[in-house]
Design a binder for this molecule. Sequence first.
Ligand code: GAL
Length: 822
Amino acid sequence: MKHFIIQLIFLGLISTSCMEQAGGRRVELLDNNWQFINEDIDGAELLDCNTDNWEIVTIPHDWAIKGPFDEDIDKQSGIIRQNNEKIATQKTGRTGALPHVGVGWYRKTFTVPDYTASKRVLLTFDGAMSQPQVFINGKKAGEWKNGYNYFYFDISQFVQAGDNLLAVRLENQPYSSRWYPGAGLYRKVQLIVKDEVSFKHWGHFITTPQVSNESATVNIRSNLNGKGVYVKTLIKDADGNIVARHQSEVSDGNEVEQTIVVQYPAIWDVDTPNLYYAELNLYKNGVLKDQETVRFGIRKIEYNADKGGFLLNDKVTKFKGVCLHHDLGPLGAAVNKAALKRQLTILKDMGCNAIRSSHNMPSLEQLELCDEMGFLFLAESFDEWKKPKMQNGYNLFFDEWAEKDVVNLVHATRNHPCIVMWSAGNEVPDQWGKEGVERARWLQDIFHREDPTRPVTVGMDQVEATMKSGFGAVMDIPGLNYRVHLYDEAYEKFPQGMLLGSETASTVSSRGFYRFPVKPIKDDYNASIAQKEAIYGDTYQCSSYDLEYCGWSNLPEDDFVLQDDKPWVIGEFVWTGFDYLGEPTPFDQFWPSRSSYFGICDLAGIPKDRYYLYRSRWNTEDETLHILPHWNWEGREGETTPVFVYTNYNSAELFVNGVSQGIQTKGKGKTLQHRYRLMWMDVKYEPGTIKVVAFDDNGKVVAEKEVHTAGKPHHIELSADRRNIHADGQDLAYVTVSVVDIDGNLCPYANHQLEFEVSGAGQFKAVCNGDATSLEMFHKPTMKAFNGQLVVTVQSMNETGDIQLKVKSEGLKTASITIKTK
Ligand code: GAL
């Protein structure tokens, strides 16, 4: 053993970081000094002190995000029945064309200096992609299958005095995912040391069964190990003031229940996300054995068809939601709170109030942010049950693991006030047939058993089948994915009296790209490559006139009318808030497309035009007045070049070089689009200025906006989402880089190769231009602008000071920006 320990020291694996200590409990983040190898190894190699082939990494880590992109990675051939395909095709880039397939090993040493026989040592993972097998000192401590779920093992029996070797084996199969899943230990790993007499992991369940402005009842059920114990509880508000105290009875069982009243509570709501903290102290014979602080919110949720659907604190609230995959674009799947916060900040400004974690368990960081920022959350579990979508998908594990997965999902996340609904699945092929109905009931019962306070939905795409089989009638809330033509019938047939647009739109667009003539294009999933090229050309981009959609999906307005005209539709979750890696429909057979076109924002996080369409109806506080397209159409002089305006105002007048193109008013016009967009379809292009003047309902001019034909690229403009970030080695600033003309107008075709240099108290982290066909790597400090723009991400280090980012390109004046770290 001694030899083994010496080897570990030699390997440089020993480190500790970030400890907390309270009431005998110690939580240690295992984040740095991990070693990683992207191949399978045997036990001897695991213990081999030769580190040559191992890379030192920090967790969270995504081993595949540095690429390179390769069309042969997980090239998926066949018919996607779920998409109604009839002909087998070969899909490149469906899982992002990044090297996530294969085996990876991570290893690290840790010590447990406070270990004694009366202690319990837990190892917790917030997710590990995928099929993690965990070894302590060469012995298997446990395994999990689902790459997205939280899991933990009690490793007390494996731990020894001195140094211990933790190793994790992960494996991603080809044909196991429909999008880029990421690879590796992409979420946090922690070591918890606590007394044997202690709270169980995820042991607390805090609910607020009665809420009014005058008082709230807080119910806390705590699972624990120990007899003759009692819990002293302090409820604190966000400023740390104690607002209530309570001491439980002495317990000889393994659960303590407390009911505590909070007077005049600060209620959690999307506009006022007030939070409380329950400090739970576990005592035995007067000795503090364990302490945990659990954050929660006081809020009331109700689903009641007679009262108008979903009520948050007694107020009917519609879900103005988006679906999000877990990847963070150029950062891959490696979770980063600053990146998540930026996404939510952008969505909040759009007026979005809800997130669906499609199609899996969300990161805990995302839930924390939604609690803090005031988002409602639909937490999803599975994309597959027992019937396969992917040959190596979750179907292989469903029977043995589904219950365990649901239990962990609920236990790990149930105290987050943001979660208002569970989803047991997305478009599972089990929607067909009797067995599927039983499976739906079985899963829903597990959710109910573990959490009686929230309803359960499933995103259903086979709506006709679910009407016939009873599947849709089983779920607490029937969720419809697309199928707008079936809403009325489903409302009639299902007994719940309300429907949720659990997934909507799937409109596709590329930032800054416009196709002429301007007309709707419904993608034909059975078209040949040649037929598709005849429609789309060879740019593999979708038009930002926002009229292109998939064979199974629709345009935003098809959902808007349902939301607006059917009071029993309780809201929608648009597919998707941000572009994600993989699933490049409608170009999934066209290399080099490797990321989605569905996003309201592109992969770099830059809002596409569509952002303003949603903002114009969802953000009811601020003005939206957005003109598209750009006005640089050299070669199109005199040709019809429609102009659209997305605005919260009902009417506006458009001018081209001072000449009125007439007034457009919402609701006047033949198509659904006319109800929500102002569209001047006959504008003839001439360079110069387009100006829109908006009117209020009395015809008074209330706002104006102009777009100018840009001149030659002249310089680079930089703008950061945040100029002050934390000096914690994690925080990020996102700098949008725009190539502009001498007057600062965006040059909408600029595709300069840009170079980035970061100096001072930070480092270059990643770059992304939002072009779904770019094969440039995100971690290299150079990239082409896409339609004039891209976004550079810089990361702080553990030192305060200034970070300087310089952006250079031949022929353009170098630009620089300073970000402060504190
Ligand atoms: C849905 C599916 C999503 C995504 C989307 C694309 O049917 O649930 O995961 O594939 O289609 O339109």
